[in-house]
Design a protein around this ligand. Structure first.
Ligand code: NCD
Length: 304
């Protein structure tokens, strides 16, 4: 049985197949409308979510399957002290595949060890968010036509942002990627990722100013400051509006630069940027549904 804990669980070739499948789903949605008839997805969300949970639900419904689950730890038996290991053993009797989000790093991995059904990590603490990464990669691949040979700027909370950590891990497997990390000193990318880039000889630069690097970027990945992972409110308030992408900044960018954001956006992208054709963060959400449909089919071993 196959689970998805990290984007590296799939080889580059397997990811290519997954993205081809997602593009086919986009072109021919009707062909897949009954692929999961009679099957159930269970969503176990111990942490808030709008996009990830609803896009999993939407993906399963688009495939003809049904969905059960909880969206808040308080409404599950976790509030009575049940372990993740027991919960997954129980829900394995109710459904065919599980998407799990948890505030503790590694919780979905524990679940996978005790599960009778495939488990998908839908975000574990500040660690990984593989399905967001699949979404990001599919968006880049579909809109740029290729993965690799670009300079990507990652801006904002590079310390706590799990989508950033997952994306870097996934991108290092492609040729010709250069990273520009844009963050305040306190929210710098973790050392273990810098060590990994050094070891693999992958070019990167760490800067504070977004303005300075704007003209050299092919992709800009904006992120929100992760309020819930801060130890004190004061630091959050000081850092939350450190970057605000606005029209003036976009004028310094290339004409074909794409702006991505995993969402939710707070203040880091001004709404005046939304109508810029280079702002693709809402298109990205749609790609997230296609790629989750492709993932569900792949993990369940269903071919159409
Ligand atoms: C992200 C997450 O949960 O890490 N959201 C998402 O799933 N698209 C990003 C965030 O919360 O900032």
């Amino acid at each position: 049985m196959r689970h998805l804990m990290s984007p590296l669980d799939f080889s580059v070739e397997e990811l290519d197949n997954l993205f081809e499948l997602a593009n086919d789903i986009e072109r021919h949605p009707k062909k897949y409308a009954h692929a999961c008839d009679g099957l159930k997805l269970v969503t176990c969300f111990y942490e808030p979510s709008t996009r990830t949970r609803l896009s999993f639900e939407s993906a399963m419904l688009n495939l003809g399957g049904s969905v059960i689950g909880f969206s808040d730890a308080g409404s599950s038996s976790a509030s009575k002290g049940e372990s993740v290991a027991d919960t997954i053993r129980v829900v394995s009797c109710f459904a065919d595949i599980c998407a799990m989000r948890h505030p503790k790093e590694g919780a979905p991995m524990v679940a996978a060890q005790f599960s009778g059904i495939p488990v998908i990590n839908a975000g574990d603490g500040g660690h990984q968010h593989p399905t967001q990464t699949l979404t990001d990669l599919l968006t880049i691949r579909s809109l740029k036509g290729h993965l690799g040979n670009f300079t990507i700027g990652l801006c904002g909370d590079l310390k706590f942002g799990r989508t950033v950590h997952s994306l870097i891990n996934a991108l290092v497997r492609y040729e010709g990627i250069r990273f520009v990390f844009i963050s305040p000193e306190e929210l710098r990318i973790p050392d273990y990722l810098i060590d990994m880039l050094k070891e693999k000889n992958i070019p990167y630069q760490e800067v504070i100013s977004l303005d300075d690097v704007m003209p050299e970027l092919d992709l800009l990945y904006m992120t929100r400051v992760q309020k819930e992972r801060f130890f004190n409110e004061e630091d959050y308030v000081r850092l939350k509006d450190f970057y605000i992408l606005n029209k003036a900044k976009m004028e310094r960018a290339r004409e074909d630069m794409l702006v991505l954001h995993p969402l939710p956006r707070v203040n880091e992208i001004s709404v005046e940027v939304d109508n810029d054709p280079r702002a693709v963060y809402f298109k990205q959400v749609q790609y997230g549904v296609y790629v989750r449909m492709a993932l569900i089919l792949t993990l369940l071993g269903i071919s159409v």
